[in-house]
Design a protein around this ligand. Structure first.
Ligand code: ATP
Ligand code: MG
Length: 276
């Protein structure tokens, strides 16, 4: 892994909120994200997920430690607004679209103030809306769109300035599970087609499972990391090939005697899942 392959790195990142009753929201976070990755951050409420995303996106400054994006130390960047506009796209749980602007106009907003002419702005917004499957909804106001469609507009908006990095905080939190799954699939497709790096914060294990790597936070630290589709599956395969695994799959009485009915059912279901 060359240094150029790392798009985000944090070094001993600490964030303390408040003066009196202080909250140590981040307590020494060290992480690296490789360019083009599609990763998620999970963890209990209050564990520091949003705070971490806000530091990476330069929405707020750390108390100590460093954030490097594209090799650049954010503590040394003078024009943070410019950095955000050029490099990072944000997607939030509540899409934050401007209610009086159409879908197309909402996607154009981040390009205002950038060196992009009016006609080019419009062309890019239309292209992005087509990319997220909303070619026939360009002139709709947010109130005239479904929740999933609004979130797709928010994704198109996040991509407006062709960022190398998209940060999404609970992007499916406000959607039903089907629309949520569609949004994740859309992000995954954009990740593959455009090479954009995605970091998603989520509570939902079904969402995390669709990402390549899951960072698990607790009390302001990253306490675990899962490579989805490798170690968990590997563990299950090893178990499947063990004596007990084989006995369960064979419906052997020994396995039933050793386990409670609940345990037996759960293990059988897991083993069948990887057998497919
Ligand atoms: N602006 C703030 N001022 C003071 N404390 C804050 C502020 N923002 C967050 N905190 C505290 O920092 C800790 C981490 O908050 P954060 O929002 O990062 O958690 P989270 O993991 O995103 O939680 P959730 O899953 O509920 O969104 C919490 O204890 C929270 O109360
Ligand atoms: Mg949060």
């Amino acid at each position: 892994m060359g240094e150029n392959d790392v798009i985000v790195e944090t070094r001993n990142l600490v964030k303390i909120y408040g003066d009196g009753a202080q909250v140590r929201a981040l307590n020494g976070v060290n992480m690296r994200v490789v360019r083009g990755e599609f990763i998620s951050v999970m963890g209990p409420s209050g564990s520091g997920k949003s705070t971490l995303l806000n530091m990476i996106g330069a929405l707020d400054r750390p108390t100590s430690g460093q954030v490097l994006v594209n090799g650049q130390d954010l503590g040394e960047v003078r024009d943070l607004d410019g950095f955000r506009a050029r490099t990072v796209g944000f997607v939030f749980q509540l899409h934050n679209l401007i209610p009086t602007l159409t879908a197309r106009e909402n996607v154009e907003v981040p390009m205002v103030g950038q060196p992009v002419g009016r006609a080019e702005r419009r062309r890019r917004a239309e292209e992005l809306l087509a990319l997220v499957g909303l070619a026939d909804r360009m002139d709709h106001l947010p109130a005239q769109l479904s929740g999933g469609e609004r979130q797709r507009v928010a994704i198109a908006r996040a991509l407006a300035n062709r960022p190398s990095l998209v940060l999404a905080d609970e992007p499916t939190g406000d959607l039903d599970s089907r629309s949520g799954a569609e949004i994740i699939q859309l992000m995954r497709r954009l990740n593959r087609e455009l090479g954009t790096t995605f970091i998603l914060v989520t509570h939902d294990p079904a969402v995390a499972r669709q990402t390549e790597r899951v960072l698990v936070m607790k009390d302001g630290r990253i306490v675990r990391e899962h490579h989805v589709g490798t170690p968990f599956e590997e563990d299950l395969k090893a178990f499947r090939d063990s004596g007990l695994g084989q006995a369960i799959l064979a419906g052997d009485d020994v396995a039933r005697d050793l386990l409670t009915p609940e345990e037996y059912e759960v293990l059988l279901r897991l083993l069948r899942r990887i057998a497919q």
